[in-house]
Design a protein around this ligand. Structure first.
Ligand code: ATP
Length: 523
């Protein structure tokens, strides 16, 4: 594992390495100011000066935030002044902080001035008389970079506080507000606050203390509420499923024994991540489920969330696509940030093949695809990715390459015992009790042999059987063997109906060739 650097260490390193423009994509400006100050502190010996420009106030004092007397409200003019050494002062290291300037950044005069600053820095010899140590730091809640200066920019990620830092923040707030913390809840509180920014943690702790003077388990709801709100406000992800606190979903999903068993181990690691990491175990990254439509892929999202004991968020890549340059990439970045802030969580990407199928074509998709894969590989936050796909024949091969996902599982049409299992689950659910003494599920499974039914087909036959039983001329009764046998005789499977369809054939073919594990021992 590489060395984990704090954001101020990273920033200091980039300034020392003479990167001309650094971009910090964050909304908590106070926290970023502290990072900049800490990073710049390293240059105290040779002297440094920080100047700031904000979209709303123009040129202001970095420390006091008061407008400068010789105020400048036009960013292009401001940068021009820097370029002509008017704002340099006596110090050798000049740090120019530009806040929330994403609109002005699109202006040709502005990005040209930034290009000029970068060019001059690149050419400076760094000797007396030719000293040009100007670093521009853009701090913005949005990440929209004009193509023209993309290559000149280095992005610094401000990661949310680590568990020990969260604990420190909680203690500081409690002390400052004269409140208490229930030490026995500390571990749980820290885990729940994981992913939130320092600003959000402070806000929540203050609210908790204002309620009853103590931060304890009762405040977990406050934290989850904050996370839920963040998901909703983003408008980018959907809160798909929140587990009720028990591992019940396996009663709803049949014929997934291999997958469920595999997830048991991963869930244990996920729930004890810090401990597992200390034992040299990697954090579970995620799985891809590929397979036939209607065979329980979506259902398995709930099963994973139940096992891992955390909510499932749904990402719809189509919804992220924006009409402005850079908007789609920014939306993807933001939605990943939202997922990390909501962590621990499951991030479900449905129909990933539709989302990224264009990766070989469109430039935007290629960039999004690259960004997503890099994030998958480097992510530290406990976000377990569950990607589901039907037709992988269009998916770029990088996706199904080993190493991206921890494992690729194949979901085929159910067979033998698997069919009996799914019938039993749905009959039990609809009738509210176990009808194994009255219905021979194994016999039904044999009757389905060769019929190519999907789980959804079986669920729909049981639904019809319940309706038939309810409407019986002698009055409502329970589902009977005969109802189901009749339905098996008269129902054509949804796959059979498509058997001659070319894209269906391609899908089946790609699925057969895929190097993957079956979700069930029956398949
Ligand atoms: P699609 O790719 O078309 O979205 P899917 O594979 O995600 O399909 P689901 O939406 O999970 O399929 O399944 C549809 C319905 O079929 C489920 O709500 C459930 O009622 C039933 N079903 C499918 N597979 C199973 C299964 N293995 N066990 C129990 N029910 C199942």
């Amino acid at each position: 594992m590489g060395i984990v650097r704090t954001p101020d260490q990273t920033l200091r390193q980039y300034i020392t390495a003479k990167r001309p423009i650094i971009y910090i994509n964050h909304f908590d400006f106070e926290a970023v100011d502290r990072i900049i100050k800490n990073a710049a502190g390293a240059f105290a010996k040779r002297g440094f000066k920080i100047i700031e420009f904000t979209e709303s106030d123009g040129w202001i004092d970095f420390d006091t935030k008061n407008p400068k007397s010789s105020s400048e409200n036009d960013l292009a003019n401001f940068l021009q002044k820097i370029n002509t050494d008017q704002l340099k002062g006596e110090k050798k290291e000049l740090i120019v902080v530009l806040k929330e300037v994403h609109d002005s950044l699109q202006d040709k005069r502005v990005y040209s001035a930034l290009q000029a600053i970068a060019r001059r820095k690149g050419m400076a010899k760094d000797v007396p008389g030719d000293y040009y140590r100007v670093t521009v730091i853009i701090v913005d809640s949005r990440l929209i970079i004009p193509r023209e200066i993309e290559k000149l920019i280095t992005i610094v990620d401000v990661r949310p506080p680590e568990p020990d830092e969260i604990e420190k923040i909680l203690r500081n707030v409690a002390e400052a507000e004269d409140g208490e913390i229930d030490e026995s809840s500390m571990k749980e509180l820290v885990m729940a606050l994981n992913g939130l920014s320092e600003f959000e943690i402070i806000q929540i702790s203050r609210l908790a203390l204002a309620n009853d003077g103590i931060i304890n388990k009762d405040d977990l709801d406050l934290i989850f509420d904050e996370k839920r709100q963040a998901i909703q406000k983003s408008g980018l992800l959907e809160l798909y499923y929140v587990p009720a606190g028990n591992d019940d979903q396996k009663k709803d999903i049949g014929d997934f024994d291999n997958l469920l068993k595999y997830l048991d181990g991963k869930a244990r690691i996920f729930k004890n991540l810090a401990d597992a990491r200390e034992h040299g175990v990697d954090s579970p990254s995620g799985i891809m489920l590929v397979g036939m439509p209607g065979c329980g892929k979506s259902l398995s999202v709930k099963a994973v969330a139940d096992k891992f004991g955390c909510p499932a968020l749904k990402m719809d890549i189509g919804r992220l696509l924006g009409k402005y340059v850079g908007e789609s990439e920014e939306n993807l970045r933001r939605s990943i940030q939202v997922a990390e802030a909501a962590s621990p969580c499951i991030l479900w990407i449905d129909e990933i093949e539709k989302a990224f199928a264009g990766a070989s074509g469109g430039e935007v998709m290629t960039r999004m695809f690259g960004y997503f894969l890099t994030w998958m590989q480097e992510k530290k936050a406990p976000v377990y990715v569950l990607a589901t796909a039907n037709n992988i024949s269009n998916l770029p091969p990088e996706f199904t390459r080993r190493g991206r996902f921890d494992e690729i599982f194949k979901v085929d049409l159910p067979k033998g015992d698997g069919i009996a299992d799914i019938f039993k689950i749905h009959v039990t659910k609809r009738s509210g009790r176990d009808l194994s003494d009255d219905i021979d599920f194994d016999y039904l499974a044999r009757k389905c042999n060769g019929k190519l039914y999907s789980g959804a087909d079986i669920a729909s036959m049981v639904k019809s059987a319940a309706e038939i039983a309810y409407l019986d001329s002698d009055g409502p009764r329970q589902i009977e063997q005969e109802d189901l046998e009749d339905l098996i005789r008269s129902t054509t499977s949804s796959c059979k109906a498509q058997e001659n369809n070319e894209s269906y054939k391609r899908m089946v073919d790609a699925l057969e060739k895929l190097d993957s594990r079956p979700v069930s021992k029956n398949q």
